[in-house]
Design a protein around this ligand. Sequence first.
Ligand code: ZN
Length: 187
Amino acid sequence: MSLLEIHVLGSSMLRTETNPVTEITDDVRRLVEDMFETMRAAQGIGLAAPQVGRLERVAVVDVDNDPIVLINPEIITEGGSERAEEGCLSIPDIYGDVDRSARVTIRATDLQGNIFEREATELLARAFQHEIDHLHGKLFIDYLSFLKRRGVMARWEDLKEKYPSQRRVLTAPAPVAADRADEDETQ
Ligand code: ZN
């Protein structure tokens, strides 16, 4: 597995439509593994392929230690409305209130090639909607009012200086498990 660079706001990848996956190849499996590792290193709960510079229609989500692979996902039913604060690994340090459907049912393919459906509410429903948006070039800031979005873009003008190549380079988290093993040995 390897950590991937995350494209940030301004990268054209984030505005590009993805291509449906027609076959679960080793390449797709490796991409999914790397996306989980990258998402965890960035302490996110979801990540979509365009965020790591890839155009396969693939996203990963992990809310409450329940890792879900979404290949060619789509929302098949939705209802209700809920407003909550949202952020994005591709727009670090920017947050905004977004109205989303309160309940969704999605249909997607898993890594074994099986089609599955999954109902979700609350944070998982929001994560599904946010990641599926990414697969169609859409970002959460698109939902903000004109004024709020203008404020966000003004803040981003300063923040983006940190990402001259429009990429976030992550560092691997400290190997906590290895440290624990060492401690056990000394006891
Ligand atoms: Zn995002």
